[in-house]
Design a protein around this ligand. Structure first.
Ligand SMILES: [Zn+2]
Length: 86
């Protein structure tokens, strides 16, 4: 089984990621930061590949906002361990 980390290295995801960053003008959708490292926030469901997610479900977020939003949603979804377990 492919791990979450391995999936993020997939060229299909890398391409999608760039597309979202360009769409969001390389700035954080939450606070507008353009100087920090940007991440893509999404809701990942079990067995779903990140590159198959609808563009509308993806958001460019700065490091700070990403951590805030991701931690909140992952904790709620119950897959905190999957992300930080290994
Ligand atoms: Zn931000």
């Amino acid at each position: 089984m492919t791990t979450y980390q391995e999936k993020l290295k997939d060229p299909r995801w890398q391409k999608k990621r760039l597309k979202i960053l360009e769409r969001d003008h390389w700035s954080c959708r939450r606070c507008g930061d353009t100087k920090s490292t940007l991440h893509i926030h999404y809701r990942l469901y079990e067995n779903e590949n990140p590159w198959e997610i609808e563009d509308d479900m993806l958001l460019a977020l700065c490091d700070r906002c990403y951590k805030l939003v991701e931690l909140r949603s992952r904790y709620r979804a119950g897959w905190y361990g999957q992300m930080f377990g290994s």
